[in-house]
Design a protein around this ligand. Structure first.
Ligand SMILES: NC(=O)CC[C@H](N)C(=O)O
Length: 427
């Protein structure tokens, strides 16, 4: 969470919760007073009933959802959020905090995000402060344990209510560790999540086999439809970079392939004037605006499935300084003549070590990608500036002759550590 404080353990939001004071006597006979704070909305959404609140409902929710993976495994689970049947690709995310930013990262379109952190939902949702886009585009959320209470001073609603309103399916009580091990061993897997008891496991399995995410243009479903100006900066309460603005106000045109708001906030905080344009915005129109720089944003799916975006990048590079993040980095790699490939299970989390080869410095970074640029495919003159220290894959590129730089990971880090905020143009 670059723009905000960690929201892990804070005070309760009184508008959503009820509390009761209890007394008890400990072993030494002293009277203790303690307060039980429970969020009733969260309780009902979870299927739990707290008898202290006076209800007589069945206390435990039984499995009412299934995740069927393409390898034929069936994972019984309990549903929260929306119900229905949804197909997607399962990816695991190792972030400890920031599930709301992950839910609203458009790059997760078509994917089920499985959180390896077992305890999710305890801080609820901080609408709209922590939103990374206007919508949730992911296919669904898979977690081990859904917090039975929501406790945070910034909370506006419980996670389950938020997902239900946005028609996003969630499942909990899933052995997320076992699925993660399977994904690490066998590579990414497609799957179907369903609360529909009329569908057999075999039918769901067939659905997972007939659906594909490779070769599909997912950018067009998440990009804005018309250009707009962005002015919001990082809230002064959360600003951590005291270097402030760079003095001159640069005009940046940002291609929205699924852009996260914190990229725009961090740019605005340095004093940039920003025009966000749709993914199909013609390069000629961008060049007419005479910007100081062009940003190619993050975005979902296969970079090989969007040749029109690669063409736009090709028309702009060499004429204006450019910077790419994640999908933008992959499109730049292709525009320079390189190739992208699908990784075994990708990188998703807030704890990926990256080496900046030019500064010989290690950054702990936020990442979310399933594809990477093959450095061997790049033409002479293109420099690999960063590598991922977990697997040695390409994490950054530069082509100084054409004023190009790009990162495979997320320097805006929302959620995530701030190590990469400076040094790549965000200071
Ligand atoms: N965050 C992103 O831009 C993701 C890039 C691309 N969709 C991938 O999965 O590799």
């Amino acid at each position: 969470m670059a723009a905000k404080a960690a929201t892990g353990f804070a005070l309760n939001n009184p508008s959503f919760c009820c509390s009761s004071r209890r007394t008890s006597r400990n072993e030494t006979g002293n009277v203790r007073v303690f307060t039980i704070i429970r969020c009733s909305a969260s309780l009902s959404s979870n299927g739990y009933t707290d008898t202290t609140l006076g209800s007589k409902e069945t206390p435990w929710k039984v499995a009412d959802a299934r995740l069927v993976l393409e390898d034929g495994s069936v994972w019984k689970a309990k549903s929260f959020g929306a119900s229905g049947t949804q197909v997607g690709e399962v990816v695991f995310n190792t972030s400890l905090t920031g599930y709301q930013e992950i839910l609203t990262d458009p790059s997760y379109a078509g994917q089920f995000v499985l959180m390896t952190n077992p305890h999710i939902g305890n801080t609820g949702i901080n609408f709209a402060d922590d939103e990374e886009s206007l919508q949730c585009f992911l296919a669904g959320l898979v977690i081990r344990s859904l917090s039975i209470s929501t406790s945070n001073w910034r909370c506006t609603e419980p996670l389950s209510d938020y997902l239900a309103k946005r028609n996003i399916m969630g499942i909990y009580d899933v052995d997320t560790r076992a699925i993660t091990r399977r994904l690490r061993q066998d590579g990414s897997l497609k799957g179907v999540l369903s609360t529909d008891e009329s569908k057999t496991d075999k039918e769901l399995l067939e659905m997972s086999h007939t659906w594909d995410i490779v070769g599909v243009d997912l950018i067009s479903g998440v990009s804005c439809k018309a250009p707009y100006e962005w002015v919001d900066k990082t809230d002064s309460e959360w600003e951590f970079n005291t270097n402030g603005s760079v003095g001159k106000s640069f005009h940046v045109v940002a291609y929205d392939f699924g852009i996260k708001h914190n990229i725009l906030r961090r740019l605005a905080s340095t004093g940039c004037k920003i025009t966000v344009v749709p993914s199909t915005w013609p390069a000629s129109e961008t060049l007419k605006m005479k910007p100081d720089g062009v940003l190619f944003s993050n975005g979902p799916g296969d970079p090989s499935a969007v040749p029109y975006a690669v063409e736009t990048v090709k028309e702009i590079i060499g004429k204006i300084p450019v910077f790419g993040i994640c999908m933008g980095h992959q499109l730049l790699g292709q525009a320079l003549g390189g190739k992208t490939y699908k990784m075994k299970f990708g990188h998703h989390g807030g704890n990926h070590p990256v080496r900046d080869l030019r500064k010989n410095r290690v950054e702990i970074s936020a990442q979310n990608h399933n594809y990477a640029v093959d450095p061997a495919s790049l033409p002479e003159g293109v420099e690999v500036t960063h590598i991922n220290l977990n697997d040695g894959s390409c994490a950054g590129l530069a082509f100084p002759a054409l004023n190009i730089m790009s990162l495979q990971y997320h320097p805006e880090a929302s959620p995530g550590p701030h190590d990469s905020d400076s040094g790549v143009g965000f200071c």
